[in-house]
Design a protein around this ligand. Sequence first.
Ligand code: F6P
Length: 541
Amino acid sequence: MSTLRETGVWKALHSHYLSFQRIQLRGLFARDKKRAERYTVEAAGWRLDYSKHRINDKTLKLLFELARECSLESRRDAMFSGKEVNTTEQRAALHIALRAPADSVINVAGVNVVPEVQAILKRMAECAELIRAGEWKGYSGRPIRNIVNIGIGGSDLGPVMACGALCHYGERKLRLRFVSNVDGTDFVEAVHGLRPDETLFIIASKTFTTLETMTNAHTARHWLQTAAGRDRKAITPHFVALSTNEKAVNDFGIPSKQMFGFQEWVGGRYSMDSAIGLSIMIAIGPEAFCEMLAGFHAMDEHFRSAPLEQNLPVIMGLLNVWYADFFDAGTVAVLPYAHSLKRFPAYLQQLTMESNGKHVTLDGKSVDYHTGSVFWGEPGTNGQHSFYQLIHQGTHLIPCDFIAFAESLNPVGRHQDLLFANVIAQAEALAMGKTLTEVQKEGVSAELAPHKVMKGNQPSSLLFAKRLTPTSLGALVALYEHSVFTQATIWDINPFDQWGVELGKRLASRIAEEIETPDVTLAHDASTNASIRWYCYMRGQ
Ligand code: F6P
């Protein structure tokens, strides 16, 4: 069993929590006029106001003490210096090298990895420029206009999220689509209306073995071959691969010159600024892509060098630990008030939950505390008209991350002022609520009054930046990456592996074979056997 709960600081946090339970945000603000000022930090273009959290100076002091007790600084330094921090896969986790300036030196096993990263970026830029200039031609000689990224998990979510977030900066004459699901509908809908001779498929898969991606890649090849006729070579210009597995890429029929590699130390969910980001680079251009990398790097540097007390990712990570482990809050709502960030919560789900959904410590001991929270959300203001009611008046404590920008990318009428007014209003309403006395003062009847009371005291972070740009997006993603790392360090878990996904993958392959093999003997549990038999019966097998 892990010994985290036995530490003095954990015990101190627990007693502090017990004495803090009844404290209201209203009271904290009333007693301290400088609270907002004191609990606001800025870095890499982002301003974090964390004053609407259920904390005081003592909470923070204890949380920073916890971070030091858990060696956050030395673990962070180990990650930045290319040490093998992904212990179960014996690898470094060096996504920070993907956005390091070209003259940096970051050694892995005595070799500086930065020149290789830069060389890949250069090749990606050449490919992106050719496509953007209409000089990458399909089998009929027509320029490529449609880009279809086939990938799943980290080979999909980062590109989908970033291409959506940065569509304002995108090349509009190119059509960008994404296929991830093994459900054939995803592929069929993605290529609907596309001319095969104008379509480039980007097969994005670190391993180049993932069932969903390879099934979709084969379907794409068949779709093109059907249109192009028999000559297999004709469709070669219609595929590029983003992978670490050159042999599998070549076996599929994609030549090495159309492959963009990356390194084993790039985890899937940390890979959007590696070759996996090619679709983003094609969409926004190499220059804007580099601005995005610069945003990542600015937040990396802040995380690496700012004192813990002034460190945005550290503060956010510690607050998550505070709620997950002491308040038993199982979830965090991520609420971007920028419609182009609509896939950001989905992106964060993989980043946070695949990273921190772990039940044993680095040395394999069971944990007796909560680890990763459930991250979920929708863009504001849409969410206000669906699930916010539960946050306002339900029974769960749900910390919220509000994300918003001062400037609109599309200034029309009053839209931006209304959008921003809503984000501020929601955070205020959640924190301050409405008391029975206030409701009664409005002349509400005694029967109705309890229904109109809002208990308030719901914590939130306000994360604001001037404008959604490639740079601010990069910094935002890096902020969450390092917040995830901070939490993992406190929990003493490995945020860089994902063994839990393996069992389901293996079972799916076995069941697919059983479904396709007549009269096979089934040896699963009774429910699983019955589901397989039902499916075969329905399919007339
Ligand atoms: O879901 C498990 C996972 O391994 C993710 O971590 C990864 O991002 C995804 O599958 C896709 O893997 P690949 O890029 O190898 O196809």
